[in-house]
Design a protein around this ligand. Structure first.
Ligand SMILES: Nc1ncnc2c1ncn2[C@@H]1O[C@H](COP(=O)(O)OP(=O)(O)OP(=O)(O)O)[C@@H](O)[C@H]1O
Length: 272
């Protein structure tokens, strides 16, 4: 399979083709992902939503090369992940993907600057002077470079995690409930930062969230239900100011709907 080109001329940062993942077997089998086909154009910000158990985490894990699908293909840029050995997959995650998790996952014994430098050190890359400082600057924390996580607020810790995700200039950032542990105001700061990373640096962000307010920062919301794409919302200027309500209403509709019958793979309208 060749890499697709988005109609706008953007190439896709990540593609999933008929990706399936089943846990268990026989009567106990659960189709966590049921032949999901989806593309994430470069420079786009996508939120993944859906009821509990709909397959969001499984999608993120498979798309980020943290888990292997049972069937289908995942591409990061032009690299098809199923062709990679475990070692190559580890290198790809380290060098080409940034991660932001709900629990920040910073090393408590290291300073903010040392945490940010970690992906470069692990990859054995030379750390150009000013690079770590620039990443901390981008998240507004240059003056906290010498502080350890315990000396920073939750929002500041998550901003350090975003700087760490950015420092190696990855092709895509995966964020799993990045504001799940933060209060409303701090959440807004972190989401605004992710939005800026997309707008100013043309980063690609894929974020799993339960929160319609968080999803409203994205360009697109993909809704999963029972391991399939059930709906898609494209940010619309006309919704400005009430985008979160529109996103929440669609989510409520989805949660009220009975499970869909088995269907052919869904191709998301407008995804390529
Ligand atoms: N390791 C596992 N073993 C067995 N079943 C699993 C495993 N991981 C996930 N599942 C099942 O696969 C389905 C999808 O799970 P997944 O965690 O991807 O959903 P989710 O949408 O992220 O849910 P939540 O919002 O509750 O985190 C669920 O039915 C879940 O019980």
């Amino acid at each position: 399979m060749t890499t697709t080109t988005h109609p706008s001329g953007l190439r896709d940062a990540v593609q999933l083709w008929a990706v399936a993942k089943t846990y268990g077997s026989g009567e106990q089998a659960v189709a966590a992902l049921d032949r999901v086909t989806l593309a994430f154009p470069r420079g786009s910000f996508t939120a993944i939503m859906g009821p509990s158990g709909s397959g969001k985490s499984t999608l993120l894990q498979c798309a980020a090369g943290l888990d292997r699908p049972g069937d289908g293909q995942v591409l990061i840029g032009e690299t098809e992940l199923s062709r990679l050995t475990e070692k190559q997959l580890t290198l790809l995650r380290r060098e080409r993907i940034g991660f932001v998790f709900q629990a920040f996952n910073l090393m408590t014994a290291l300073t903010a600057a040392q945490n940010v430098a970690l992906p470069l050190r692990l990859a054995g890359r030379r750390i150009e002077p000013g690079r770590v400082e620039a990443a901390l600057d981008a998240v507004g924390l240059r003056d906290r470079a010498g502080h350890r996580p315990g000396e920073l607020s939750g929002g500041q810790q998550q901003r350090v995690a975003i700087a760490r995700a950015l420092v190696a200039d990855p092709e895509v950032i995966f964020a799993d409930e990045p504001t799940g542990a933060l209060d409303t105001n701090t959440s807004r700061e972190v989401l605004g930062l992710l939005r800026r990373v997309v707008d100013a640096h043309r980063q690609t962000v894929i974020m799993v969230t339960h929160d319609p307010v968080a999803a409203a920062y994205a360009d697109r919301v993909v809704y999963l239900a029972d391991g399939r794409i059930a709906d898609e919302y494209l940010a619309d200027r006309r919704d400005h100011g009430e985008r979160a309500q529109v996103i929440a209403a669609r989510m409520a509709h989805l949660e009220a709907a009975p499970p869909a019958p088995a269907a052919a793979p869904v191709r998301v309208k407008g995804a390529w």
